[in-house]
Design a protein around this ligand. Sequence first.
Ligand SMILES: [Mg+2]
Length: 281
Amino acid sequence: MLIELAIGDAYGAGFEYADEMSADNDLSRYVKHPRHRLIPGSYTDDTQMSIAIAEVIVSQAPWTPQVLADSFVNCFKRDRREGYAGGFYDFLLNISDGKEFLAKIRPDSDKSGAAMRAGPIGIFSTPQKVIEAATIQAAITHNTPDGINAAVAAALMSHYFIYRLGTKRKLGQFLEGYVSGEWSKPWEGKVKSKGWMSVRAAITAVTRNHSMSELLRDGIAFTGDVDTVATIALAAGSCSEEIIQDIPMHLVNGLENGVYGRDYLIELDKQLMSLVDNKTS
Ligand SMILES: [Mg+2]
């Protein structure tokens, strides 16, 4: 899951709000964003914060705002990178730990930040546990109904596939049974910054594609906030037995591989997926 979402994020980063890049969406390479400084093949905040969440899950530490906020801060400080929204980047630069994070954050965003990092939470063994864990992590930064619902829906997407709860055609209906939103209504057109928009687009792409490569290309083709669409869609798609796992090898090999790059993600992925609760699946 983590390696796939990182590839989606890194690939999508070249196309984020850059409609003029659309002709390059052929999966042949990581493209350079026309305005951002990010090196092609580098992942962004979506992946770094998903790593922070996954590390807390794997460590089996208590699922508290403080532990989670510490992990967000730690992951950023040890591996600072472009791709965060400017205001949040400066915020992270100027605080020292999770305690200070919680004291100083204004947790009133309804954008996609809590949803983009929620995929790994699907590993928890029941929808109720997923909803509870996704809500606690979302409320740290996105304590609004839209911000939380988007995160819960994104976490339940991967849960649905990890635990084989149904066909991908029924994904939207499944989500509507647990969280408020028109999740089965197909998304069309550009994806703007609200979390539910990215999640709706990701559900649409997962539902209508049959391979990871089609899924990635289709998610990017929406245009707009597509690194987040691709992160959420590929996290879920990587767990679906109806989706052929065919991400091109040059995108796997081209993903950054520093201390927290490809090899780190593969290892953390193994630890995360080993926590699938086989008693309930
Ligand atoms: Mg991003």
